[in-house]
Structures are given as C-alpha cells and as structure tokens.
Design a protein around this ligand. Structure first.
Ligand code: IPM
Ligand code: MN
Length: 335
C-alpha cells in the first residue's frame, strides 16, 4: 500500500526542495501517493486563503505531510507563520518538534550526533497576551508563555523514551530556571518526576544561555536535549549552524499518538534570494523525508537514504552544487 502524503511545497525554494525529496523517496523504492496543496504566502496573496477548515480536514486524511517552507516578504510577519505553520502544529496536535543534528565534516560539531526535542504546542508560541492602546504612547503589549503539566510531561516523556533508545542514554533539560522561576520549576519538577521511570538515562541541566556556549565550544556533551518551544526554536538554529549549516537541518513535527498526520519540514526557510535559481540545497528536506519514512515504518529505506546522504555530504562538504546534482548524487549512492 502506498503511503498517502500531502505535499505543501509553499513559498520560495520550498517547492523545489520537496520535489527533490520525493524523487529520492521513490528512488529508494517506497511507494507514495502525493497530493499537492497550494498553500503559503503566494497563495494568500492570490485569493486570501491561509488555511481553511475545509483544507485542514482534507489534510487530516493523509498519512503524513511534507512541507517545504512558507512565508513571503510581501505578507506581514506572523500572518502565514501563525495562520498556517503554527495552526497546523497546534490543530494537528504535533506536540513534538524532533530535530536531529549530525555535525558535518569541517563543521564545529563535526562527528557529533544529538537531537533537540522541542515542545511544539505551548510556551510563548501559544499566543497568550494582547495589546492595549495600540500605537499610542501608552501602548501595553504582553506575551505570556503557557506551560501545562500535561504538555510538558508528554514532551519530556518522549525525550526520555528517545534517550533510552540511544547509545549514550543522556538527556539534558535546557531552560532558564534561574529567571523563569514559574515555568522553569514546572519543567524541572516534571523531569525530576519522569526520570524515576528511566533509571538508565543520565540527566543534566543547562541554562539556555550556557547551552549556547556549549553548543559552540563542547557540542559533544549533548545526546538528547529537551526544551520549551521558544528556546528550542533558537537553539536549533544555532545547532544547525554549528553542525554545518541549516541547509542540513531536518525536522519532524510529530503527533506520537497518531491521532493526526505528522508533518516533516526542513528547519530552513523559503530563501527567496535563491528561489528559482536551482541552487537550493535539498539535503535538509531529503533528511526530513527520511524522518517521515521512519515514522511511517519504512526503517530500511530511511536508513539507506541516510547513508547515501552521509556519503554524499562527506564527499562534497562545503562545495556549492546545483539542487538536482545533490539529488542525483544521493540517489546514485543508494545501496
Ligand atoms: C521554525 C521556524 C518557525 C518557528 C517560524 C517560521 C514560525 O522558525 O520552524 O523553527 O518559529 O517555529
Ligand atoms: Mn526557527
């Protein structure tokens, strides 16, 4: 049975990289039935649709969603992000953002292998807050961070399960418990409680500012990092940069309970400056597709593609190439 995949290419280089990822998936022998959904900034500018309830219901019927990148400079910040990307994460309850990093040859984190587990439905992304007296000298803007015991615990449990399945079995909570004493305490107490169920996992804690230094100076200390939504957003850009560039960083927005389709996307954005030039690096999206294949039970194909990606990137580290050249090289290295 072919897997049913909804493809949201989106804006900028998004459609270019999702197309390449699907070529690799098919070349690895996995049958996928894809349906394209024209969503993103360009679509919004054309007819006003961001993500209607009807479209969301159609998406629910798929096994997974593969997303390129969304957002256009002509649309004010937040419209597409909140209305499309975050709406998908929230409404499909994709509460884990699983972001693996493999330090590329020549990168600061060369040889390192770690995963950031970012809570994906709460924190300061929840949209709590508001504005009063907008545009006046007396304007007040508040933007809170929502942390529920339920939301934190399901994220922390996922991270412990992941750590338990890995060789090093090490988990680091990253937060800012010295300043964010309410939410930090909830995260810390949740980790302290859940760790009792995982005696084989060693546990560490880093403040987020210190974690930024460690990511640059000692990235090898990390195995599984668990953190809140906003810290996870920032930390994963840095993790991508020290691992060889966000051009390699993949991500999985997961609903581990499988009550709705999970969504797979590269960490990088739409990169409008290189749109249509045929030079976007599709590696991050191809890696995201392997996360998708693993989640769909296609472990063997995913491992073959990952090995081909590793062989390709170690051979061509740092060399700019055409998009299709990268794809061809990865497909040639599939064994
Ligand atoms: C990411 C992105 C998004 C985020 C934006 C586009 C809303 O930066 O996936 O990391 O902040 O989560
Ligand atoms: Mn980000």
């Amino acid at each position: 049975m072919a897997h049913r995949i909804a493809v949201i290419g989106g804006d900028g280089i998004g459609p270019e990289v999702t197309a390449e990822a699907l070529k690799v998936v098919r070349a690895a022998g996995v049958a996928v039935d894809t349906v394209d959904f024209d969503l993103g900034g360009a679509r919004y500018l054309r007819d006003g649709e961001i993500l209607s309830d009807a479209t969301l219901d159609q998406l629910r019927a798929f096994d997974a969603i593969l997303l390129g990148a969304v957002g256009t400079p002509e649309v004010p910040p937040g419209v597409i992000e909140r209305g499309l990307l975050l709406k998908l994460r929230f409404d499909l309850d994709l509460y884990i953002n699983h972001r693996p990093f493999h330090g590329q040859p020549g990168s600061i984190a060369e040889g390192c292998d770690f995963v950031v587990v970012r809570e994906n439905t709460e924190g300061s992304y929840a949209g709590e807050g508001g504005v009063l007296r907008f545009g006046t000298e007396h304007e007040i803007a508040t933007q809170g961070s929502v942390n529920t015991r339920f939301g934190v615990e399901r994220c922390v449990r996922y991270a412990f399960e992941l750590a338990k399945s890995r060789t090093r079995k090490h988990l680091t909570l990253v937060h800012k418990t010295n300043v964010l004493t309410f939410s930090g305490s909830l995260w810390q107490r949740t980790v302290d409680a859940v760790r009792l169920d995982y005696p084989e996992v060693s546990v560490d804690y880093n403040h987020v500012d210190a974690a930024c230094i460690y990511l640059v100076e000692q990235p090898q200390r990390y195995d599984v990092v668990v953190t809140d939504n906003l810290f996870g957003d920032i930390l994963t850009d840095l993790a991508g940069a020290v691992s060889g560039g966000v051009g390699f960083a993949s991500s999985a927005n997961l609903n581990p309970d499988r009550t709705s389709p999970s969504m797979f996307e590269p960490v990088h954005g739409a990169a409008h400056d290189i749109e249509g030039k045929g030079i976007a690096n599709p590696t991050a999206t191809i890696s995201s597709a392997t996360l998708m294949l693993r989640f769909l039970g296609e472990e063997i194909a995913a491992a073959r593609i990952d090995a081909a990606i590793a062989a390709d990137s170690s051979e061509h580290a740092g060399v700019p190439r055409k998009t299709t050249e990268v794809t061809r090289s990865i497909i040639e290295r599939l064994v």
